[in-house]
Design a protein around this ligand. Structure first.
Ligand code: BG6
Length: 504
């Protein structure tokens, strides 16, 4: 098969300044700066581009840049041999444009200093909230009070809000309501980095550019859908965040629901912001709202115990630094959801995500209905297994169709085989995290891959019954680090006569 050329480098984004609040945090060094480096490397940033980091730590520009360089070194070291060679010139280019401002996020003086710093900047400004969520609103209010959201021709202002956006439906609604008082909705870019992943965007291309899939993408042909975001990593020094958040809040109403929406939404009228987001909202709105009693039956919570992941010993969640010894925070969750619309009536969607599992695996399994009649064997019980289509988000990005083929020979026997499309066989490795696409889109003002206020609220609304059910009780099932998750999650599907695709 012919290999498809890589897509051309994007045109340079318009001149702008990226102001990162929380710039000394892990995220800036591990994700945002590597993404900016990737953009710089392909010439997607304007020569007038600037990045200003704001944090509470007292640092000068040189110390800030040194910290960023050390993080970048770690990122580069963690990449495999297939990674494109590090380009020191592109990094240097970026570092020449990086500066730091020490300040308290709740102090008006910080914004006075920032305003002065921005005085000579060309073009637009993106204010990126990469802080503890408690600071989202105070920062937005301060920016508003300092008049920093005001726009005029060629002088645009945008606000990027990270997750978690609220803790539940009520707090997300309130945050949306309060943000709306400080900044215009068209200036707010609610980010979910899963949407920046190539493979997540490819879900829509697979579905809507290939009629063979779309024609069978409904309840007549599909038995059920599995959405998995399994991680091998444990807590990674994030105990204060994770203890408050847990697997459900951290992953489900945002990342997993984005995957759900991409796989189940109706085709948008056009691939542009409002059309795509309207269809996504309709899908999220169609998720059946369960009663807390139903939610308890249709969910499993787990917490990892000591075990071995990838050959390395991992301690249990309760032994992690900063975790309460009697913590009831879940590190694993599995849910069964139903979508009440014409396309999906009667097709269950099983979602699962967890830390410290057997391996990193983010995938969507479309399990088709079986062949109906055992044509190649006399006994009904030897009907061939049903086809499955696996949309592999990461790692080993691709699309795999599992089917049956005749075993060569005079006897008519069947065997499972797979038709595989792997990104790496057709496109050069990109090592992007998803942030590149989203930061670039924000710079050019394309909101297609960002969330409107309603998307966020609909996500929380659908998980609310689970939050309520768990607040009232229910078990937390232990599972061994390095395993497939709690046995109770297998039972969730076994009750319906189904099984998860193994993480191995
Ligand atoms: C983040 C979560 O949003 O997504 C983390 O807070 C999680 O807990 C991460 O590890 C997963 O993202 P990715 O891109 O590594 O799959």
């Amino acid at each position: 098969m012919e290999s498809t050329p890589n897509r051309p480098a994007p045109a340079p984004a318009p001149p702008c300044t990226l102001v990162i609040f929380g710039a000394t945090g892990d995220m800036t060094g591990r994700l945002l700066m590597p993404a900016l480096y990737n953009l710089a490397r392909v010439g997607a940033l304007d020569p007038a581009f600037r990045v200003i980091g704001i944090g509470r730590r007292e640092l000068d520009d040189a110390a800030f840049r040194d910290g960023l360089t050390a993080s970048m070194d770690d990122v580069v070291a963690s990449r495999g041999a297939a990674a494109p060679q590090f380009d020191p010139q592109a990094w240097q280019w970026l570092m020449q444009r990086a500066s730091y401002l020490a300040g308290d996020f709740k102090d008006g003086q910080t914004y006075g200093s920032l305003d002065k710093r921005l005085a000579g900047a060309q073009g637009g400004v993106i204010f990126y909230l990469s802080t503890d969520p408690d600071f989202f609103l105070p920062i937005a209010r301060q920016l508003h009070d300092a008049g920093m959201f005001k726009q005029s021709s060629g002088r645009w202002r945008r606000l990027v809000v990270e997750k978690p956006f609220g803790r539940d439906l009520a707090s997300a609604r309130e945050l949306n309501r309060q943000l709306a008082k400080a900044v215009n909705e068209s200036q707010i870019f609610r980010i979910d980095h899963f949407l920046g992943k190539e493979t997540v965007q490819n879900i829509l291309v697979s579905r809507f550019a290939n009629s063979v899939f779309e024609n069978s993408w409904n309840r007549l042909f599909i038995d059920h859908v599995q959405i998995t975001a399994a991680e091998a990593l444990g807590l990674e020094r994030r105990s204060s965040f994770y203890e408050q958040t847990g697997a459900l809040r951290d992953m489900v109403p945002n990342h997993l629901f984005q995957l759900l929406a991409m796989v189940a939404m109706e085709p948008p009228n056009a691939f542009e912001a409002d059309a795509v987001r309207t269809e996504k909202e309709k899908l999220l709105e169609a998720i059946r709202l369960q009663t807390p009693a139903e939610a308890l039956i249709h969910s499993v919570r787990g917490q990892y115990r000591a075990g071995t992941v990838g050959g390395k010993a991992m301690r249990g969640y309760l032994e992690e630094e900063g975790v309460a010894p009697d913590s009831r925070t879940e590190t694993y969750v599995a849910l069964k959801l139903c979508i009440d619309n014409w396309r999906w009536a009667g097709v269950p969607f099983y979602l699962r995500t967890g830390k410290a599992l057997a391996r990193r695996q983010t995938q969507i399994v479309i399990a088709f209905k079986d062949a109906g009649h055992a044509l190649f064997c006399e006994a009904e019980h030897c009907k061939p297994p049903a086809n499955t289509l696996v949309l592999q988000i990461q790692p080993d990005e691709g699309l795999f169709f599992h089917m049956q083929a005749k075993v060569p020979g005079s006897k008519l026997g069947t065997a499972p085989v797979s038709m595989d499309f792997r990104y790496r066989d057709h496109f050069p490795p990109s090592h992007s995290s998803g942030y590149e696409t989203l930061i670039y889109d924000c710079m050019v003002g394309d909101a297609t891959l960002f969330q409107r206020a309603a998307d966020i609220e609909l996500g929380w609304k659908a998980v609310q019954p689970f939050q309520q059910a768990w607040a009232e009780g229910g078990d937390i099932h232990p599972y061994r680090a390095g395993s497939q998750g709690p046995a109770a999650a297998d039972d969730l599907l076994a009750r319906d006569g189904r099984a998860w695709l193994s993480l191995e």
